[in-house]
Design a protein around this ligand. Structure first.
Ligand code: FPP
Length: 257
């Protein structure tokens, strides 16, 4: 990794030497921000005759592996969809198990994540989460506030539409009364991801080809990579494959390249 710079869209880009050997076409830079829809925990468990909650536990293990791999690879932002605004419709027992798993995981993993240079940041409608989750999340954010190697955005009670509504309401409360028109740049400052570059790459596990209300604003020009791997089986090699595929793509942002 050589240096950080800013691309034509004003986003932070980290410049890497092309990994392709001489004679092969040069590839684009590493993604700075990777977003992941961690899907397939339930099917993974079902295939093994286990309760769905065991799939979520295995999903946490895959997440830990992925965070470490992302940090090693030089990815600076990782945003993972851990619980959506729609996930409340799941059976009460599964929702409860997921909330307990969140508390337990934050409690257990935060010290190691901090030692790895990871900063934890919750995105989503955090106020709507049960108090133990809110408290553990606030604690994890405070514990890791000084870390700069990788920002780990945990999307909790997150919905893209909900985030946009909350952003507009925050803007209206803060400055709407002044009657200034809302612009894209101003709205971006009120999103949960304010100050962060948009994801370069979205990975969706388990073969589904949908956005599922994830980062609707931020994914406008994101490259999408779908893998059939169920999330609990996702590992270093899968992340490397996704990044490699991304680095071979041409991004035109609506231009002609
Ligand atoms: C989707 O699989 C997965 C979820 C709704 C939960 C993802 C959560 C984790 C991996 C735990 C995260 C924990 C922390 C601490 C961030 P699914 O249940 O929809 O699987 P299916 O489509 O096979 O049923």
């Amino acid at each position: 990794m050589e240096k950080g710079t800013v691309d034509m869209h004003g986003r932070a880009e980290t410049i890497h030497r092309p990994l392709a050997p001489a004679g092969k076409p040069a590839r684009r830079a590493m993604p700075v921000h990777v977003a992941i829809i961690m899907d397939g925990n339930g099917r993974w468990a079902q295939q093994r005759g286990l309760p769905r909650t065991e799939g979520h536990r295995a999903g946490v293990r895959a997440l830990k592996t992925t965070v470490k791999a992302a940090a090693r690879m030089g990815i600076r932002y990782l945003t993972v969809y851990a619980f959506s605004t729609e996930n409340w419709h799941r059976p009460r027992l599964e929702v409860g198990a997921l909330m307990s798993l969140l508390v337990e995981t934050l409690e257990r993993e935060t010290p190691e994540l901090r030692a790895e240079g990871v900063r934890i940041h919750g995105i989503g409608n955090v106020e709507g989460l049960p108090r133990p989750v809110r408290e553990r999340l606030a604690w994890a954010e405070a514990e890791t506030a000084g870390q700069t190697r990788l920002v780990l955005n945990l999307a909790l009670n997150y919905g893209g539409r909900d985030e946009l509504v909350r952003a507009v309401n925050r803007w209206r409360q803060a400055e709407g009364a002044e009657g200034r028109p809302l612009t894209e740049a101003v709205l971006a400052r009120y999103l949960d991801t304010a100050g962060q570059p948009d994801p370069d790459l979205l990975i969706r596990a388990s073969g589904e080809e949908r956005l599922s209300n994830f980062l609707l604003w931020q994914l406008a020009y994101t490259e999408i990579y779908v893998t059939g791997t169920l999330w609990p089986d996702f590992g270093d090699a899968d992340l490397e494959r996704a990044v490699d595929a991304y680095m071979r793509r041409e991004r035109r942002f609506g231009g002609i390249g």
